[in-house]
Design a protein. Structure first.
Length: 149
């Protein structure tokens, strides 16, 4: 099944914007299986006072418990290149495809993901870049906290 990257990234962006409206960091993600979004999430570290609720982690949590065979048929869309922690979850559950909005403002361990067999697609989205650049400019300390700096 050919995935409509623009459609799913739009859904991930909607999650990112929701997080920003809530006072959090504007990163969003969706999990897609068989052409359907089965999980949605956004970075909720600020809102939930969480150490781990990055967008991809929130998305996987909201998808609920799945079988290994389900994850193997999924693609995860994230507005930003996944960090080490989120990449670890993606690798653990053997999600074969990761579609990112951009990796200019932050680049996770993409070469490691590829080495482990993950198909990585960078949409190089102007909208995703602008959202992150504007946020980083407005709240650099919060951004640095989120990426462990």
């Amino acid at each position: 099944m050919k995935l409509n990257h623009a459609k799913y990234m739009k859904a991930a962006l909607a999650e990112a914007k929701k997080g920003l409206r809530e006072g959090g960091i504007p990163i969003g993600a969706v999990l897609v299986k068989d052409g359907k979004i089965i999980g949605r999430g956004h970075n909720r570290r600020v809102q939930k006072k969480s150490a781990i609720l990055h967008a991809e982690m929130d998305c996987l949590e909201n998808a609920g418990r799945l079988k290994a065979s389900d994850y193997a048929e999924c693609a995860i869309y994230s507005t930003l290149s996944p960090c080490d922690m989120c990449t670890g979850a993606i690798l653990l559950y053997k999600i074969p495809t990761v579609v990112i909005g951009e990796n200019e403002t932050f680049k996770g361990p993409e070469s490691y993901s590829k080495k482990k067999g993950v198909k990585l697609i960078n949409l190089n989205s102007r909208e995703c870049k602008k959202l992150m650049k504007d946020f980083i400019s407005a709240k650099p300390a919060l951004w640095n906290e989120d990426i462990g700096v």
